[in-house]
Design a protein around this ligand. Sequence first.
Ligand code: NAP
Ligand code: MG
Length: 484
Amino acid sequence: MSKKTQDIWSYAPAPESSKVVQIKEKYDLYIDGKFVKPSSGKYFKSFNPADEKEICSIAYGNEKDVDLAVKAARKAYNTVWSKLSSAERGKYIFRIARMMQERSRELAVAESIDSGKTIRESRDIDIPLACNHFFYYAGWADKLEEAFPGRKPKSLGVAGQIIPWNFPLLMAAWKIAPALATGNTVVIKPAETTSLTMMILAEIIHEAGLPAGVFNVVSGYGDTGAAIVNHPDVNKIAFTGSTAVGKIIQKALAGTDKKLTLELGGKSANIVFDDAPIDQAVEGIVNGIFFNQGHVCCAGSRLFVQENIAEKVIEKLKFRMASLIVGDPLDKNTDIGAINSKEQFETIQKYLKIGKDEGSEMYQSPCKLPKKGNYMAPTLFMNVAQSNIIAQEEIFGPVLTIQTFRTIDEVIQKANNSPFGLAAGVWSDKGSKVFNVTSQLRAGVVWANTYNKFDPAAPFGGYKESGFGREGGLHGLIPYLKFD
Ligand code: NAP
Ligand code: MG
Protein backbone atom coordinates (compact mmCIF):
# COMPACT_ATOMS: atom_id res chain seq x y z
CA MET A 1 0.00 0.00 0.00
CA SER A 2 1.31 3.41 -0.85
CA LYS A 3 2.24 5.93 1.84
CA LYS A 4 -0.59 8.15 0.56
CA THR A 5 -3.25 5.44 1.13
CA GLN A 6 -1.96 4.75 4.62
CA ASP A 7 -2.26 8.44 5.48
CA ILE A 8 -5.90 8.51 4.39
CA TRP A 9 -6.68 5.71 6.81
CA SER A 10 -4.76 6.78 9.88
CA TYR A 11 -7.01 7.91 12.72
CA ALA A 12 -6.23 9.28 16.18
CA PRO A 13 -6.86 6.65 18.89
CA ALA A 14 -10.43 6.60 20.24
CA PRO A 15 -10.36 4.13 23.11
CA GLU A 16 -13.44 3.22 25.15
CA SER A 17 -12.67 3.37 28.87
CA SER A 18 -12.19 0.05 30.58
CA LYS A 19 -13.38 1.75 33.80
CA VAL A 20 -16.97 1.42 32.58
CA VAL A 21 -16.96 -2.07 34.08
CA GLN A 22 -15.84 -2.96 37.60
CA ILE A 23 -14.40 -6.43 37.15
CA LYS A 24 -14.27 -8.40 40.39
CA GLU A 25 -11.23 -10.39 41.40
CA LYS A 26 -13.23 -13.62 41.64
CA TYR A 27 -16.51 -14.92 40.27
CA ASP A 28 -18.43 -17.73 41.97
CA LEU A 29 -20.95 -20.22 40.64
CA TYR A 30 -24.61 -19.20 40.64
CA ILE A 31 -26.72 -22.04 42.00
CA ASP A 32 -30.22 -21.97 43.51
CA GLY A 33 -30.36 -18.18 43.60
CA LYS A 34 -27.03 -17.81 45.44
CA PHE A 35 -23.45 -17.06 44.45
CA VAL A 36 -21.53 -20.03 45.85
CA LYS A 37 -17.94 -21.24 45.95
CA PRO A 38 -17.11 -24.31 43.85
CA SER A 39 -17.09 -27.49 45.94
CA SER A 40 -13.47 -28.20 44.95
CA GLY A 41 -12.43 -24.69 46.04
CA LYS A 42 -10.68 -24.31 42.65
CA TYR A 43 -10.73 -21.23 40.42
CA PHE A 44 -9.10 -20.71 37.03
CA LYS A 45 -7.74 -17.49 35.58
CA SER A 46 -9.27 -15.52 32.73
CA PHE A 47 -7.02 -13.39 30.50
CA ASN A 48 -7.42 -10.42 28.21
CA PRO A 49 -6.19 -11.67 24.82
CA ALA A 50 -5.30 -8.12 23.76
CA ASP A 51 -2.50 -7.71 26.31
CA GLU A 52 -2.34 -11.20 27.88
CA LYS A 53 -3.01 -9.71 31.32
CA GLU A 54 -4.98 -11.63 33.91
CA ILE A 55 -8.42 -10.10 34.44
CA CYS A 56 -10.15 -12.25 37.06
CA SER A 57 -10.59 -15.74 38.50
CA ILE A 58 -13.57 -17.90 37.61
CA ALA A 59 -14.99 -20.75 39.70
CA TYR A 60 -14.22 -24.22 38.39
CA GLY A 61 -17.40 -26.23 38.84
CA ASN A 62 -17.22 -30.03 38.94
CA GLU A 63 -19.70 -32.90 38.78
CA LYS A 64 -20.88 -32.23 42.33
CA ASP A 65 -21.64 -28.59 41.52
CA VAL A 66 -23.45 -29.62 38.34
CA ASP A 67 -25.53 -32.04 40.40
CA LEU A 68 -26.43 -29.29 42.90
CA ALA A 69 -27.38 -26.99 40.02
CA VAL A 70 -29.53 -29.63 38.28
CA LYS A 71 -31.27 -30.45 41.59
CA ALA A 72 -31.98 -26.74 42.15
CA ALA A 73 -33.26 -26.40 38.58
CA ARG A 74 -35.50 -29.46 38.97
CA LYS A 75 -36.95 -28.19 42.24
CA ALA A 76 -37.57 -24.72 40.77
CA TYR A 77 -39.22 -26.32 37.72
CA ASN A 78 -41.53 -28.50 39.80
CA THR A 79 -42.45 -25.99 42.47
CA VAL A 80 -42.39 -22.54 40.85
CA TRP A 81 -41.58 -22.09 37.20
CA SER A 82 -43.94 -24.65 35.67
CA LYS A 83 -46.73 -23.39 37.96
CA LEU A 84 -46.35 -19.73 37.04
CA SER A 85 -48.67 -18.25 34.41
CA SER A 86 -46.98 -17.80 31.06
CA ALA A 87 -47.65 -14.04 31.14
CA GLU A 88 -45.77 -13.79 34.46
CA ARG A 89 -42.87 -15.74 32.97
CA GLY A 90 -42.83 -13.27 30.10
CA LYS A 91 -42.60 -10.34 32.52
CA TYR A 92 -39.45 -11.77 34.12
CA ILE A 93 -37.83 -12.17 30.70
CA PHE A 94 -38.78 -8.59 29.74
CA ARG A 95 -37.25 -7.39 32.99
CA ILE A 96 -33.99 -9.23 32.27
CA ALA A 97 -33.91 -7.69 28.77
CA ARG A 98 -34.42 -4.17 30.11
CA MET A 99 -31.77 -4.60 32.81
CA MET A 100 -29.29 -5.94 30.25
CA GLN A 101 -30.03 -2.93 28.09
CA GLU A 102 -29.41 -0.57 31.01
CA ARG A 103 -26.02 -2.22 31.57
CA SER A 104 -25.24 -2.65 27.88
CA ARG A 105 -22.20 -0.37 27.85
CA GLU A 106 -20.68 -2.28 30.74
CA LEU A 107 -21.48 -5.63 29.11
CA ALA A 108 -19.94 -4.50 25.81
CA VAL A 109 -16.69 -3.40 27.44
CA ALA A 110 -16.51 -6.59 29.52
CA GLU A 111 -17.10 -8.71 26.39
CA SER A 112 -14.30 -6.94 24.50
CA ILE A 113 -11.85 -7.17 27.39
CA ASP A 114 -12.54 -10.85 27.92
CA SER A 115 -12.78 -12.07 24.33
CA GLY A 116 -10.62 -9.71 22.25
CA LYS A 117 -13.48 -8.73 19.95
CA THR A 118 -13.72 -5.10 18.92
CA ILE A 119 -15.81 -2.70 20.98
CA ARG A 120 -17.64 -1.65 17.81
CA GLU A 121 -18.86 -5.18 17.44
CA SER A 122 -19.70 -5.96 21.06
CA ARG A 123 -21.41 -2.54 21.37
CA ASP A 124 -23.31 -2.66 18.06
CA ILE A 125 -23.89 -6.36 17.50
CA ASP A 126 -23.36 -8.80 20.39
CA ILE A 127 -25.00 -6.91 23.25
CA PRO A 128 -27.96 -5.30 21.41
CA LEU A 129 -28.75 -8.63 19.72
CA ALA A 130 -28.51 -10.46 23.05
CA CYS A 131 -31.00 -7.98 24.58
CA ASN A 132 -33.26 -8.32 21.54
CA HIS A 133 -33.36 -12.10 21.91
CA PHE A 134 -34.68 -11.68 25.46
CA PHE A 135 -37.24 -9.08 24.27
CA TYR A 136 -38.30 -11.28 21.37
CA TYR A 137 -38.77 -14.48 23.40
CA ALA A 138 -40.43 -12.60 26.27
CA GLY A 139 -43.13 -11.84 23.71
CA TRP A 140 -43.65 -15.51 22.87
CA ALA A 141 -43.96 -16.71 26.50
CA ASP A 142 -47.75 -16.30 26.69
CA LYS A 143 -48.43 -17.06 23.01
CA LEU A 144 -47.18 -20.63 22.73
CA GLU A 145 -50.69 -21.94 22.04
CA GLU A 146 -50.98 -19.45 19.16
CA ALA A 147 -47.50 -20.34 17.90
CA PHE A 148 -48.43 -24.03 17.69
CA PRO A 149 -52.21 -24.10 17.33
CA GLY A 150 -53.90 -27.33 18.37
CA ARG A 151 -50.61 -28.99 19.35
CA LYS A 152 -50.67 -28.34 23.12
CA PRO A 153 -47.02 -27.30 23.65
CA LYS A 154 -45.48 -28.30 27.01
CA SER A 155 -42.14 -27.52 28.59
CA LEU A 156 -39.51 -30.25 29.02
CA GLY A 157 -38.03 -29.57 32.46
CA VAL A 158 -34.32 -28.82 32.96
CA ALA A 159 -32.28 -27.56 30.01
CA GLY A 160 -28.47 -27.97 30.02
CA GLN A 161 -26.72 -25.41 27.83
CA ILE A 162 -23.09 -25.16 26.72
CA ILE A 163 -21.65 -22.01 25.18
CA PRO A 164 -18.60 -21.34 22.94
CA TRP A 165 -16.16 -18.45 23.21
CA ASN A 166 -16.82 -16.60 19.97
CA PHE A 167 -20.11 -14.83 20.87
CA PRO A 168 -20.24 -15.45 24.63
CA LEU A 169 -23.24 -13.40 25.76
CA LEU A 170 -25.10 -13.64 22.45
CA MET A 171 -24.93 -17.45 22.28
CA ALA A 172 -26.08 -17.56 25.92
CA ALA A 173 -29.06 -15.30 25.08
CA TRP A 174 -29.96 -17.51 22.08
CA LYS A 175 -30.34 -20.39 24.52
CA ILE A 176 -31.54 -18.90 27.81
CA ALA A 177 -34.35 -16.72 26.43
CA PRO A 178 -36.30 -19.45 24.55
CA ALA A 179 -35.72 -21.97 27.39
CA LEU A 180 -37.25 -19.63 29.98
CA ALA A 181 -40.04 -18.47 27.65
CA THR A 182 -41.16 -22.06 27.10
CA GLY A 183 -41.19 -22.73 30.87
CA ASN A 184 -37.95 -24.68 31.30
CA THR A 185 -35.27 -24.08 33.92
CA VAL A 186 -31.60 -23.71 32.99
CA VAL A 187 -28.14 -24.97 33.95
CA ILE A 188 -25.57 -23.25 31.74
CA LYS A 189 -21.80 -23.36 31.24
CA PRO A 190 -19.86 -20.55 29.54
CA ALA A 191 -16.64 -21.26 27.60
CA GLU A 192 -13.58 -21.28 29.78
CA THR A 193 -11.84 -18.34 28.07
CA THR A 194 -14.94 -16.10 28.03
CA SER A 195 -17.01 -16.54 31.19
CA LEU A 196 -17.12 -12.90 32.30
CA THR A 197 -20.36 -11.65 30.69
CA MET A 198 -22.19 -14.79 31.86
CA MET A 199 -21.10 -13.98 35.41
CA ILE A 200 -22.44 -10.41 34.99
CA LEU A 201 -25.64 -11.80 33.48
CA ALA A 202 -26.07 -13.98 36.58
CA GLU A 203 -25.91 -10.79 38.68
CA ILE A 204 -28.51 -9.15 36.43
CA ILE A 205 -30.82 -12.16 36.59
CA HIS A 206 -30.37 -12.31 40.38
CA GLU A 207 -31.29 -8.63 40.63
CA ALA A 208 -34.28 -9.19 38.34
CA GLY A 209 -35.63 -11.46 41.08
CA LEU A 210 -36.01 -14.63 39.00
CA PRO A 211 -37.10 -17.37 41.44
CA ALA A 212 -34.15 -19.29 42.94
CA GLY A 213 -33.03 -22.28 40.86
CA VAL A 214 -34.67 -21.22 37.58
CA PHE A 215 -31.30 -20.10 36.20
CA ASN A 216 -27.96 -21.60 37.29
CA VAL A 217 -24.41 -21.00 36.05
CA VAL A 218 -21.71 -23.64 36.49
CA SER A 219 -18.52 -22.30 34.94
CA GLY A 220 -15.55 -24.53 34.19
CA TYR A 221 -13.76 -26.53 31.52
CA GLY A 222 -14.87 -29.25 29.10
CA ASP A 223 -15.37 -31.76 31.93
CA THR A 224 -17.91 -29.40 33.52
CA GLY A 225 -19.77 -29.38 30.19
CA ALA A 226 -19.57 -33.17 30.01
CA ALA A 227 -21.05 -33.40 33.55
CA ILE A 228 -24.06 -31.37 32.37
CA VAL A 229 -24.45 -33.53 29.24
CA ASN A 230 -24.26 -36.77 31.24
CA HIS A 231 -26.43 -35.76 34.19
CA PRO A 232 -29.40 -38.17 34.23
CA ASP A 233 -31.94 -35.52 35.29
CA VAL A 234 -31.39 -33.08 32.41
CA ASN A 235 -34.12 -33.18 29.75
CA LYS A 236 -32.48 -31.25 26.97
CA ILE A 237 -28.99 -30.31 25.86
CA ALA A 238 -28.32 -27.26 23.70
CA PHE A 239 -24.72 -27.11 22.53
CA THR A 240 -22.86 -24.59 20.40
CA GLY A 241 -19.25 -25.35 19.69
CA SER A 242 -16.95 -27.47 17.61
CA THR A 243 -18.05 -30.40 15.47
CA ALA A 244 -15.60 -32.65 17.34
CA VAL A 245 -17.23 -32.00 20.74
CA GLY A 246 -20.70 -32.08 19.12
CA LYS A 247 -20.01 -35.65 18.00
CA ILE A 248 -18.92 -36.67 21.51
CA ILE A 249 -22.15 -35.22 22.92
CA GLN A 250 -24.34 -36.91 20.33
CA LYS A 251 -22.72 -40.26 21.16
CA ALA A 252 -23.15 -39.66 24.90
CA LEU A 253 -26.88 -38.98 24.44
CA ALA A 254 -27.59 -41.93 22.14
CA GLY A 255 -30.16 -44.18 23.79
CA THR A 256 -31.38 -41.55 26.25
CA ASP A 257 -34.61 -39.56 25.88
CA LYS A 258 -32.80 -36.22 26.18
CA LYS A 259 -33.55 -33.77 23.39
CA LEU A 260 -30.51 -32.33 21.61
CA THR A 261 -29.65 -29.37 19.40
CA LEU A 262 -26.15 -28.95 18.00
CA GLU A 263 -24.88 -25.71 16.46
CA LEU A 264 -21.43 -26.64 15.17
CA GLY A 265 -18.71 -25.52 12.82
CA GLY A 266 -18.87 -24.20 9.28
CA LYS A 267 -16.96 -23.48 6.06
CA SER A 268 -19.44 -21.22 4.36
CA ALA A 269 -19.33 -20.24 0.69
CA ASN A 270 -19.59 -16.60 -0.36
CA ILE A 271 -20.37 -16.51 -4.11
CA VAL A 272 -19.83 -13.44 -6.29
CA PHE A 273 -21.26 -13.40 -9.83
CA ASP A 274 -20.01 -11.07 -12.55
CA ASP A 275 -23.21 -8.99 -12.45
CA ALA A 276 -22.84 -8.24 -8.73
CA PRO A 277 -22.33 -4.71 -7.39
CA ILE A 278 -18.61 -5.29 -6.85
CA ASP A 279 -17.83 -2.64 -4.26
CA GLN A 280 -20.70 -3.79 -2.06
CA ALA A 281 -19.63 -7.41 -2.57
CA VAL A 282 -16.09 -6.55 -1.45
CA GLU A 283 -17.51 -5.00 1.74
CA GLY A 284 -19.61 -8.14 2.22
CA ILE A 285 -16.59 -10.39 1.74
CA VAL A 286 -14.63 -8.37 4.32
CA ASN A 287 -17.56 -8.41 6.75
CA GLY A 288 -18.10 -12.11 6.07
CA ILE A 289 -14.63 -13.29 7.07
CA PHE A 290 -12.75 -10.58 8.95
CA PHE A 291 -15.62 -9.61 11.28
CA ASN A 292 -14.89 -10.91 14.83
CA GLN A 293 -11.37 -12.01 13.73
CA GLY A 294 -13.04 -14.75 11.68
CA HIS A 295 -14.26 -16.38 14.93
CA VAL A 296 -17.66 -16.78 13.35
CA CYS A 297 -19.23 -20.19 12.82
CA CYS A 298 -21.02 -18.91 9.70
CA ALA A 299 -18.00 -16.90 8.42
CA GLY A 300 -17.85 -16.63 4.62
CA SER A 301 -14.47 -18.35 4.64
CA ARG A 302 -14.64 -19.80 1.10
CA LEU A 303 -14.93 -17.12 -1.56
CA PHE A 304 -16.05 -18.14 -5.06
CA VAL A 305 -15.65 -15.44 -7.70
CA GLN A 306 -16.78 -15.73 -11.32
CA GLU A 307 -13.63 -16.10 -13.38
CA ASN A 308 -14.04 -13.03 -15.61
CA ILE A 309 -14.11 -10.63 -12.63
CA ALA A 310 -11.69 -12.48 -10.34
CA GLU A 311 -8.71 -10.23 -11.03
CA LYS A 312 -10.71 -7.09 -10.36
CA VAL A 313 -12.31 -8.46 -7.17
CA ILE A 314 -8.95 -9.63 -5.79
CA GLU A 315 -7.38 -6.25 -6.49
CA LYS A 316 -10.20 -4.38 -4.75
CA LEU A 317 -10.19 -6.85 -1.88
CA LYS A 318 -6.45 -6.46 -1.29
CA PHE A 319 -6.85 -2.68 -1.34
CA ARG A 320 -9.69 -2.85 1.20
CA MET A 321 -7.79 -5.31 3.39
CA ALA A 322 -4.85 -2.97 3.52
CA SER A 323 -7.07 -0.31 5.08
CA LEU A 324 -8.33 -2.55 7.90
CA ILE A 325 -7.08 -1.54 11.33
CA VAL A 326 -5.83 -4.39 13.52
CA GLY A 327 -5.27 -3.58 17.17
CA ASP A 328 -6.70 -2.63 20.54
CA PRO A 329 -10.21 -4.13 20.78
CA LEU A 330 -11.32 -1.21 22.94
CA ASP A 331 -10.39 1.38 20.30
CA LYS A 332 -13.51 2.41 18.35
CA ASN A 333 -11.46 2.61 15.12
CA THR A 334 -10.35 -1.00 15.28
CA ASP A 335 -11.71 -3.36 12.62
CA ILE A 336 -9.97 -6.54 13.73
CA GLY A 337 -9.25 -7.21 17.41
CA ALA A 338 -7.27 -9.94 19.14
CA ILE A 339 -7.48 -13.67 18.47
CA ASN A 340 -9.31 -15.12 21.46
CA SER A 341 -6.55 -17.31 22.88
CA LYS A 342 -2.94 -18.30 22.33
CA GLU A 343 -4.19 -21.79 21.49
CA GLN A 344 -6.49 -20.53 18.74
CA PHE A 345 -3.74 -18.21 17.46
CA GLU A 346 -1.44 -21.19 17.07
CA THR A 347 -4.13 -23.25 15.34
CA ILE A 348 -4.54 -20.49 12.75
CA GLN A 349 -0.75 -20.25 12.20
CA LYS A 350 -0.71 -24.01 11.62
CA TYR A 351 -3.29 -23.57 8.83
CA LEU A 352 -1.27 -20.75 7.24
CA LYS A 353 1.67 -23.15 6.99
CA ILE A 354 -0.54 -25.89 5.57
CA GLY A 355 -1.89 -23.45 2.96
CA LYS A 356 1.61 -22.48 1.84
CA ASP A 357 2.79 -26.11 1.84
CA GLU A 358 -0.20 -27.05 -0.32
CA GLY A 359 1.05 -24.55 -2.89
CA SER A 360 -1.50 -21.77 -2.48
CA GLU A 361 -0.39 -18.16 -2.79
CA MET A 362 -0.77 -16.21 0.47
CA TYR A 363 -1.42 -12.48 0.75
CA GLN A 364 -1.45 -10.67 4.10
CA SER A 365 -2.41 -7.07 4.62
CA PRO A 366 0.67 -4.91 5.33
CA CYS A 367 -1.12 -3.41 8.35
CA LYS A 368 0.75 -2.64 11.57
CA LEU A 369 0.28 -5.17 14.37
CA PRO A 370 0.63 -4.39 18.09
CA LYS A 371 3.80 -5.93 19.54
CA LYS A 372 2.06 -7.79 22.38
CA GLY A 373 -1.10 -9.89 22.28
CA ASN A 374 -2.60 -12.41 19.86
CA TYR A 375 -2.88 -10.28 16.74
CA MET A 376 -2.68 -11.27 13.08
CA ALA A 377 -3.11 -9.58 9.72
CA PRO A 378 -6.14 -10.46 7.58
CA THR A 379 -5.05 -13.16 5.15
CA LEU A 380 -6.06 -14.34 1.66
CA PHE A 381 -5.13 -17.55 -0.11
CA MET A 382 -5.24 -17.64 -3.92
CA ASN A 383 -4.73 -20.61 -6.27
CA VAL A 384 -6.65 -22.84 -3.93
CA ALA A 385 -7.92 -26.24 -5.08
CA GLN A 386 -11.22 -27.67 -3.90
CA SER A 387 -9.41 -30.57 -2.21
CA ASN A 388 -6.93 -28.40 -0.27
CA ILE A 389 -7.14 -28.66 3.51
CA ILE A 390 -7.50 -24.89 3.86
CA ALA A 391 -10.62 -25.05 1.64
CA GLN A 392 -12.12 -27.99 3.53
CA GLU A 393 -11.43 -27.49 7.24
CA GLU A 394 -12.71 -24.75 9.51
CA ILE A 395 -9.83 -22.40 10.39
CA PHE A 396 -11.85 -20.08 12.67
CA GLY A 397 -9.62 -17.08 12.03
CA PRO A 398 -9.33 -14.12 9.59
CA VAL A 399 -8.27 -16.34 6.68
CA LEU A 400 -10.08 -16.41 3.34
CA THR A 401 -9.61 -18.85 0.45
CA ILE A 402 -10.46 -17.76 -3.09
CA GLN A 403 -11.54 -20.02 -5.91
CA THR A 404 -13.00 -19.15 -9.29
CA PHE A 405 -15.87 -20.63 -11.30
CA ARG A 406 -17.43 -20.22 -14.74
CA THR A 407 -21.00 -21.54 -14.52
CA ILE A 408 -23.83 -21.60 -12.00
CA ASP A 409 -23.87 -25.41 -11.85
CA GLU A 410 -20.14 -25.50 -11.20
CA VAL A 411 -20.29 -23.08 -8.27
CA ILE A 412 -23.28 -24.85 -6.70
CA GLN A 413 -21.35 -28.14 -6.83
CA LYS A 414 -18.22 -26.57 -5.37
CA ALA A 415 -20.09 -24.69 -2.63
CA ASN A 416 -21.96 -27.84 -1.57
CA ASN A 417 -18.81 -29.96 -1.67
CA SER A 418 -18.10 -29.54 2.04
CA PRO A 419 -18.78 -31.58 5.16
CA PHE A 420 -20.42 -28.43 6.59
CA GLY A 421 -23.60 -26.56 5.68
CA LEU A 422 -24.14 -23.63 7.99
CA ALA A 423 -24.43 -20.51 5.84
CA ALA A 424 -23.72 -19.03 2.41
CA GLY A 425 -23.80 -15.71 0.58
CA VAL A 426 -24.76 -14.93 -3.03
CA TRP A 427 -23.96 -11.65 -4.79
CA SER A 428 -25.78 -10.89 -8.03
CA ASP A 429 -27.89 -8.14 -9.54
CA LYS A 430 -30.33 -10.66 -10.96
CA GLY A 431 -33.12 -11.84 -8.63
CA SER A 432 -33.94 -15.02 -10.57
CA LYS A 433 -30.29 -16.09 -10.43
CA VAL A 434 -30.16 -15.42 -6.69
CA PHE A 435 -33.29 -17.55 -6.09
CA ASN A 436 -32.01 -20.33 -8.33
CA VAL A 437 -28.67 -20.53 -6.52
CA THR A 438 -29.94 -20.05 -2.96
CA SER A 439 -32.55 -22.79 -3.37
CA GLN A 440 -29.83 -25.27 -4.35
CA LEU A 441 -27.29 -24.49 -1.62
CA ARG A 442 -27.26 -26.94 1.28
CA ALA A 443 -26.86 -24.33 4.00
CA GLY A 444 -29.08 -23.30 6.91
CA VAL A 445 -28.87 -19.57 6.23
CA VAL A 446 -28.26 -18.01 2.82
CA TRP A 447 -27.78 -14.26 2.53
CA ALA A 448 -28.32 -12.44 -0.77
CA ASN A 449 -26.29 -9.30 -1.44
CA THR A 450 -25.37 -9.06 2.23
CA TYR A 451 -23.60 -11.21 4.84
CA ASN A 452 -23.67 -11.87 8.60
CA LYS A 453 -27.07 -10.29 9.21
CA PHE A 454 -28.91 -11.56 12.29
CA ASP A 455 -32.33 -11.02 13.74
CA PRO A 456 -34.02 -12.71 16.72
CA ALA A 457 -37.03 -13.52 14.51
CA ALA A 458 -34.90 -15.42 11.95
CA PRO A 459 -34.04 -19.07 12.62
CA PHE A 460 -30.38 -20.12 12.45
CA GLY A 461 -28.82 -23.58 12.23
CA GLY A 462 -27.02 -26.04 10.01
CA TYR A 463 -27.05 -29.00 7.69
CA LYS A 464 -24.62 -31.93 7.72
CA GLU A 465 -21.68 -31.56 10.15
CA SER A 466 -22.81 -28.04 11.05
CA GLY A 467 -25.38 -29.62 13.34
CA PHE A 468 -29.16 -29.80 13.63
CA GLY A 469 -32.02 -27.95 15.23
CA ARG A 470 -32.75 -24.26 14.90
CA GLU A 471 -32.21 -21.35 17.25
CA GLY A 472 -33.99 -18.02 16.81
CA GLY A 473 -37.47 -17.24 15.62
CA LEU A 474 -40.51 -19.40 16.19
CA HIS A 475 -38.40 -22.42 15.21
CA GLY A 476 -36.16 -21.71 18.22
CA LEU A 477 -39.03 -22.54 20.59
CA ILE A 478 -39.50 -26.08 19.27
CA PRO A 479 -36.37 -27.72 20.82
CA TYR A 480 -37.62 -26.63 24.26
CA LEU A 481 -41.12 -28.07 23.87
CA LYS A 482 -42.89 -31.39 23.62
CA PHE A 483 -46.24 -31.80 21.93
CA ASP A 484 -49.15 -34.14 22.58
P1 NAP B 1 -15.60 -26.30 21.77
O1 NAP B 1 -14.21 -26.58 22.10
O2 NAP B 1 -16.41 -27.38 21.18
O3 NAP B 1 -16.25 -25.79 23.11
C1 NAP B 1 -17.60 -25.39 23.20
C2 NAP B 1 -18.06 -25.52 24.63
O4 NAP B 1 -18.10 -26.90 24.98
C3 NAP B 1 -17.14 -24.86 25.63
O5 NAP B 1 -17.92 -24.33 26.68
C4 NAP B 1 -16.30 -26.04 26.11
O6 NAP B 1 -15.71 -25.83 27.36
C5 NAP B 1 -17.33 -27.13 26.14
N1 NAP B 1 -16.82 -28.49 26.06
C6 NAP B 1 -15.58 -28.93 25.69
N2 NAP B 1 -15.52 -30.27 25.73
C7 NAP B 1 -16.73 -30.72 26.13
C8 NAP B 1 -17.30 -32.01 26.34
N3 NAP B 1 -16.61 -33.13 26.15
N4 NAP B 1 -18.59 -32.09 26.74
C9 NAP B 1 -19.32 -30.98 26.92
N5 NAP B 1 -18.84 -29.72 26.75
C10 NAP B 1 -17.56 -29.59 26.34
O7 NAP B 1 -15.79 -25.09 20.79
P2 NAP B 1 -15.15 -23.63 20.93
O8 NAP B 1 -13.73 -23.80 20.58
O9 NAP B 1 -15.50 -23.01 22.20
O10 NAP B 1 -15.96 -22.82 19.83
C11 NAP B 1 -15.60 -22.78 18.51
C12 NAP B 1 -16.45 -23.71 17.67
O11 NAP B 1 -17.83 -23.43 17.88
C13 NAP B 1 -16.23 -23.54 16.19
O12 NAP B 1 -16.11 -24.81 15.59
C14 NAP B 1 -17.48 -22.84 15.71
O13 NAP B 1 -17.80 -23.03 14.38
C15 NAP B 1 -18.51 -23.34 16.63
N6 NAP B 1 -19.62 -22.41 16.75
C16 NAP B 1 -20.80 -22.73 16.13
C17 NAP B 1 -21.88 -21.88 16.20
C18 NAP B 1 -23.17 -22.23 15.54
O14 NAP B 1 -24.17 -21.60 15.85
N7 NAP B 1 -23.22 -23.20 14.66
C19 NAP B 1 -21.77 -20.68 16.92
C20 NAP B 1 -20.57 -20.38 17.54
C21 NAP B 1 -19.49 -21.27 17.46
P3 NAP B 1 -14.25 -25.13 27.46
O15 NAP B 1 -14.36 -23.76 26.93
O16 NAP B 1 -13.94 -25.11 28.90
O17 NAP B 1 -13.33 -26.02 26.66
MG1 MG C 1 -10.64 -14.20 28.36
